[in-house]
Design a protein around this ligand. Structure first.
Ligand code: ZN
Ligand code: ZN
Length: 394
């Protein structure tokens, strides 16, 4: 693997609300496109060799470079430049940043965290300081569900530090007791068979809190190890991470990650609200959060942002991949069109739109991505739908 210059960003989970697996129909559609592309190329090749007046003068073996075998067919196929079908991945939110000074930072523990953790374990077998810092956005299930399936939690040599708001720490602790080291016996074993006694890694927690508005409580909170003021960046080696509040029904944090002048903003689950009354308190709060997000995203290298709905879906004119619409106002997610607008206004170099709706069909994702590809050309900056397994070097 190439040396990391500044930061390497891995996308493990870009799916919103719930994990999905591509349906048979979606797999068939994708395969059909691949097959058609191959056939097109194959017949173009044959056309170049065939003549109306005489036979092609080639055996199948000549064409293939040997007998019909899987190996020869694979080699034959590889000579064509086939277009790659887009794969979006089905795991919920999880990103990882590897820094040039050797740190692993994870953002959210959706179902993508299982594979992310396996990669970290493999890396640590060779080298690594066995310390992982996880930054949580918010407590919703699609941002926490992968935690107890992560290999990194089961090795006593590993130190796992979780940084997030109180709700995020609570969401992990209430079923597992990893911070408080106690479990409500009524809840034990209900959501998961696991708890802290079966998870031997060393866990610690830091609550991000607005200490001006909410000073440290006098009574010790058993799930909080330390407090960190939201206005102060967190420093890990040569990386600084600035948390900020975004707008969502559950208190939610975005993060601006900076290393050697390169910047990545991770902003999942944020709604730029479209209400009729500009003085509505929720409208004001949403706009305020959007302003902060845009301030932190000016001229940045990489942005990941929630753009779950098309505007017509948000307004309830149509449903997601269905004709039946319901208003999505106050569901906590932004419109696809608003992310494009933000990327342009903030002059973001590369933008990935994510938190894909589980009901969004593969063909519709593909169509949205085609639209973004055309927009990117017009705008002169890169913008596309987020795909799991994308790796970006900044
Ligand atoms: Zn979510
Ligand atoms: Zn959420």
């Amino acid at each position: 693997m190439k040396k990391i210059d500044n930061m390497r960003v891995h996308f493990y989970g870009v799916q919103g609300s719930g994990s999905i697996f591509p349906s048979k129909h979606e797999r068939d559609e994708s395969r059909k496109l691949s097959d058609l592309d191959l056939l097109k190329q194959l017949f173009t090749l044959l056309k170049g060799k065939a003549d109306i007046r005489q036979p092609i003068g080639l055996t199948v073996e000549d064409l293939l470079g040997g007998e019909i075998s899987t190996e020869n067919l694979t080699k034959f196929r590889e000579q064509f430049e086939l277009s790659e079908q887009r794969v979006y991945g089905g795991w919920t939110s999880c990103f990882r940043v590897e820094t040039s000074d050797g740190y692993d930072l994870v953002f959210d523990c959706g179902s993508g965290f299982r594979i992310c953790a396996q990669d970290i374990v493999d890396k640590w077998e060779v080298h690594g300081n066995r310390t992982l810092t996880i930054f949580g956005s918010h407590a919703h299930f699609d941002h926490t569900e992968g935690f107890d399936q992560a290999a990194v939690c089961f090795d006593p040599r590993n130190k796992i530090r979780v940084i997030g708001n109180n709700q995020y720490l609570q969401a992990l602790d209430q079923n597992l007791g990893i911070f408080s080291r106690q479990i409500d016996m009524q809840l034990n074993g209900i959501q998961t068979p696991l708890n802290y006694e079966l998870m031997p890694a060393e866990f610690s927690s830091i609550e991000i809190r607005d200490l001006t508005e909410n000073p440290i409580p006098s009574e010790q909170d058993p799930i909080v190890g330390e407090y960190h003021d939201i206005h102060v960046p967190i420093t890990i080696g040569r990386t600084t991470i600035q948390p900020f509040e975004v707008f969502h029904p559950d208190p939610c944090l975005g993060y601006r990650i900076e290393h050697n002048g390169k910047v990545f903003v991770y902003c999942t689950d944020h709604e730029l609200r479209h209400g009729d009354d500009p003085d509505h308190p929720l409208q004001i709060a949403s706009q305020k959060a959007e302003d902060v997000l845009r301030k932190y995203s000016q001229g940045i290298d990489l942005l990941y942002r929630d753009g779950q709905f098309l505007r017509a879906e948000y307004d309830g004119q149509i449903g997601v991949s269905s004709a039946f619409g319901v208003s999505r106002k106050d569901w906590g997610h932004s419109c696809f069109e608003d992310v494009i607008d933000m990327a342009e206004a903030c002059k973001v170099k590369t933008t990935y739109i994510g938190h894909h709706d589980p009901n969004r069909s593969w063909s519709e994702r593909n169509w949205m991505d085609e639209t973004l590809a055309r927009k990117s050309k017009q705008m002169g900056r890169r913008i596309e739908l987020a795909k799991a397994e994308t790796v970006i070097d900044l």
